[in-house]
Design a protein around this ligand. Structure first.
Ligand code: F6R
Length: 240
């Protein structure tokens, strides 16, 4: 794992974009997996700009959504699917065979997990972009999740259900998430964790300088030989 410090979140987001573009240039059928949320939002915007400006071929790109709130309709503006429809799928005109997301409304979530495991087995992830939650989660891999985990349904802890309200226009009952596992993160060829702002400084310190433990999921990044933590000055302020 390496730490990449930037002055600003804009520079950090641009760095993420550069990694994705390089991957697409070297391997047009790159498999890209991303978290939604506030941390990668600017990177998505800059990515669309650069792909259009540099005329990068995305016709072979395959995109995987990292996670979803269980029971959240895809047209709810706080859902992960909605985020990617707006920020990746529509702007890039990706065709249905070029992406895979969980159907978190399914009445068979185990089958959804199996489907995701099969998709990842047949489309090994080239580049994965994740954020970090205020409890150290990655995706919906909550504290205590095995570092060997695959796709699974998770009971969300109180920090996640409370902080998660920020994505919604009205109060939501959030109690479960469905997510790609940490074992699959470890198998991804390259993983970029992006964090910004003072509020993330403490969890970043714990993730990169603390003990490697399943009690703090983001510490799994220390085990990834091609893992990068990209930060602005504020998020990196406690790690010297
Ligand atoms: C969302 C996801 C979450 C977020 C994390 C940080 O798809 O996977 O793990 O990455 O909660 O959220 P933000 O970036 O909104 O601070």
């Amino acid at each position: 794992m390496q730490i990449v410090k930037h002055e600003t979140h804009q520079e950090s987001s641009q760095w993420v974009v550069d990694q994705i573009i390089q991957s697409l240039q070297a391997k047009p059928d790159s498999v890209v997996c991303m978290a939604s949320g506030h941390s990668p939002a600017l990177a998505c915007e800059l990515l669309i700009h650069d792909i259009k400006f540099k005329k990068i071929d995305c016709s072979k790109l395959f995109f995987i959504g990292l996670d979803e709130w269980v029971g959240m309709p895809p047209d709810d503006s706080g859902s992960c699917k909605y985020f990617f429809d707006q920020n990746i799928i529509r702007p890039l005109n990706l065709l249905p065979h070029q992406y895979h997301f969980y159907d978190s409304l399914s009445n068979n979530l185990e089958e959804e997990c199996e489907k995701m495991n099969e998709i990842i087995a047949s489309h090994p992830i080239d580049i994965m972009v994740v954020g970090i939650g205020m409890n150290g989660h990655i995706g919906f891999n909550e504290p205590g999740t095995s570092f060997a985990s695959k796709a699974h349904v998770a009971d969300l802890d109180e920090t996640t259900t409370t902080v998660g309200q920020k994505y919604f226009t009205e109060a939501k009952k959030l109690d479960k998430g469905i997510t790609i596992g940490l074992g699959q993160l470890l198998e991804a060829k390259k993983v970029l964790l992006i964090a910004n702002g003072e509020k993330k400084a403490q969890v970043i310190k714990a993730a990169v300088r603390g003990e490697i433990t399943e009690s703090f999921p983001a510490s799994v990044m220390q085990l990834h030989s091609n893992g990068y933590i990209t930060l602005d000055l504020e998020a990196g302020s406690l790690i010297g």
